[in-house]
Design a protein around this ligand. Sequence first.
Ligand SMILES: *Cc1c(COP(=O)(O)O)cnc(C)c1O
Length: 959
Amino acid sequence: MHSSTLWRTARPAAESFCARHVGPRDGEVAAMLEAVGAPSLDALMEQTVPAAIRLRGAMGLGEGLTEPAVLARLRAIAGRNRVMTSLIGQGYYGTVLPGVIQRNVLENPAWYTAYTPYQPEISQGRLEALLNFQTMVADLTGLDVANASLLDEATAAAEAMALARRVARSKADGFFVDADCHPQTLAVLRTRAEPMGWRIIVGDPDRDLDAEAVFGALLQYPGSSGQVRDPRGAIARLHAAQAVVAMAADPLALTVLEAPGVLGADIAVGSMQRYGMPMGAGGPHAAYMAVRDAYKRNIPGRLVGVSVDSRGQPAYRLALQTREQHIRREKATSNICTAQVLPAVISAMYALYHGPDGLADIARRVHGLTAILAAGLRALSVRVVTEYFFDTITVATSGASGLVRARAEEAGLNLRIVDADHVGISLDETTTPEIVRAVWRCFCPDARRLEEMERALPEPGGALPPGLLRASPFMTHPVFHAHRSETDMLRYLRRLADRDLALDRTMIPLGSCTMKLNATVEMMPVTWPEFCDIHPYAPSAQMEGYAVLFDELERMLKAVSGYDAVSLQPNSGAQGEYAGLLAIRAYHRARGEGGRDICLIPASAHGTNPASAQMVGMRVVVVACDAQGNVDIGDLKARIAQSGDRLAAIMITYPSTHGVFEESVVEICDLVHAAGGQVYLDGANMNAQVGLSRPGAFGADVSHFNLHKTFCIPHGGGGPGMGPIGVGAHLAPFLPGVPQEGGANAVSAAPYGSAAVLPISWTYMMLMGDAGLRRATEIAILNSNYVASRLSGHYPVLYRGTNGRVAHECIIDLRPIKDATGITVDDVAKRLIDHGFHAPTVSFPVAGTFMIEPTESENKAELDRFCDAMIAIRAEIADIEAGVLSAEESPLRHAPHTVRDLADPAWERAYDRRRGCLPSGVAAADKYWPPVNRLDNAYGDRNLVCACPDMASYQEDAV
Ligand SMILES: *Cc1c(COP(=O)(O)O)cnc(C)c1O
């Protein structure tokens, strides 16, 4: 018998992973095809994707594997990483993530599958967690306002520099950087400064600072070498010269060292990694930024604020959103979109669990061990160079760094090799006396001598500078004292999670955001120690597993996209845009065409596109769209002609943000190339392309891939994400270099960005294989066409392709409803909450519309439930049109309905309670109750409060 027949029964009995990832069963697929009037899935693809760009063969990924097979493969890869005790420091430290936070936040889909809290009524849990984060950061830094996280310490430092340039009265063009900054921070500052024409001046702030020459400065506290210096002299001189001072500060040290704000700094940045997040070979970690009150309207990134709801109850929301890139576009000063919400939540919960005293205890213990380490080394006649320190010392080796390093590695330790004569040693929360002894042994292998030394060693005093001991209180709010037992913490985490709607409860049909399944099996490797407990700058011999993972992931992304090279460094889509545009800029300059500085961007583009373009010093020229939503080719030709030899690039999104596969995309690429420009194709919509078309093959030069959209990294409530870029061979030399080695175009602190979440995307592609990935795209397109066809009789579908088809998302137009009845998109979005749904994307890319992206993971029943809700809402709007009740009286205007409404003794509405609170189709037993009524947005921006309010403000109304 032929062996393939013989073993037929031995094939896995379970369904393929693809059938788990994709929602609709075969019968549902058939029913939906019939509903949209397509004879087959293939035929639907022919009608949707232009033939000119259609990929006809396979991508070359092979067959998908089963879940156990993929995990076994990944275990083998992980086994090639060597987990050592890393004492390298430089912004990455060992830490203990409490189990209750690991399991109930990091590994809990209620937290990790949530979306960015743009719909505040269904996001109160994560907004409260982020407000705790902001309060913690503001307290620790002694500044007034903190944002809700940035991507990493190095990009936060670059944002601080840009902020300093905006607010400083000094007209100088220099930015001073403390020579004792982490080297990766310096690399990212250089990248950001160069296109803007800012001069980076590196030196010792006490010796080399010429305050008149700079608009700002960054001081590291404690320094990368471990030295803690008093910054007050430098700050005074900088302030006298009207320059702005930022400090990069370690948040654990800040529990025992005086706060930057108290010392006079205007801005503080840093990494919250050591508050519970594993090193993860570089991330994800939350960076923080805090500023003086005067700069609060200039702070980049998201900012959570306190407002009130329609019943006057306190409620949280994202504040001052008009500052952000999606509104300001080319006038934006930062392109931050996806940030690090989940790591920020984890660090805030870590701080809550320990409280200020517990944190200071940890800090004192780390400092005490470091003092013992230093005293022991001195007793062994080893010179400790660092006079005042917190947790890090630099030690002279007299030419023996190599030997010390070899002994350290033998003992399972990584030290920082500064040069042939110096090593650095950083201790952390996980350090034990045994580790300190092991370090001593690296300098003195003689066991007897060590024993004697230890016996004779007096208890050393502290080595914190006496003038900088922390006197200011921090984390005094009751929330930092109320959750100390595990029971209390568990219930707090559950209470907050229950306030929010995430993917574990309902579809989240957000156009452009691709809220698809984040499979459990994909998430499991994230907390494996072989991936978590690796320092990003550990010796490469210890990262062989990661090297394999990066290599295979790059190979798969190249196969999917048709590009020649990939960089895994950018840690968000917007950072990918920035890295891609830097590559384009460098390419032109290398060819002697540095004058090319115009970036064409269609009016429909995502706000990060123009924001990224201005960050690389390009001038944005907007290209019009035609009545069908496509790039207006006539206008494009005119803009190209106007730009002449200044044309640098075009940034297009494909399929477009209007939800259609433009037929003219190849022509657009050709026109731009013919004029000497490069094509940046925003890959946020790859979920409509994987397996069907490849940007690198049909004319684009560079794209980013939002791994947190198409490739299954969960959104985490607004991060982490990853935005690797693919490029054609001609751009490969300009990809980001290794940050710590001062590599050109570095955009993140770590060489592979947030490496620890890369196993998610690797696992997804390995499970799906070639056919599975293509199937996912086809079903995503089918689902979207099905929703469009069910809703089109009730709401106009704004744009369609040539054959009347939409891509993986579609826009429905609610402007006519507003004109006729006064009912707004927001009213409809909030009414969807009463039905238990997260609203689609509101007013992007067209104001007054919804953009709906169902993804392949939703089955027909869930799509129908959503369409039924939309249709029921349309009937309520019809009542207003018919004059049955006014817009003000309608349940739409009062939405969302809460338990306070249900229990209100004074119900005086034009509709009954049941219809308001439990609209048709909603099962009472499964009802989701939003914790607050509709937010008052204007109130929150007028009365800006960005830290935890007094407990008194939470007193319940007398309802
Ligand atoms: C999400 C998105 C981006 C930005 O990606 P981030 O990861 O949030 O920085 C850019 N362009 C489009 C079209 C997007 O949908």
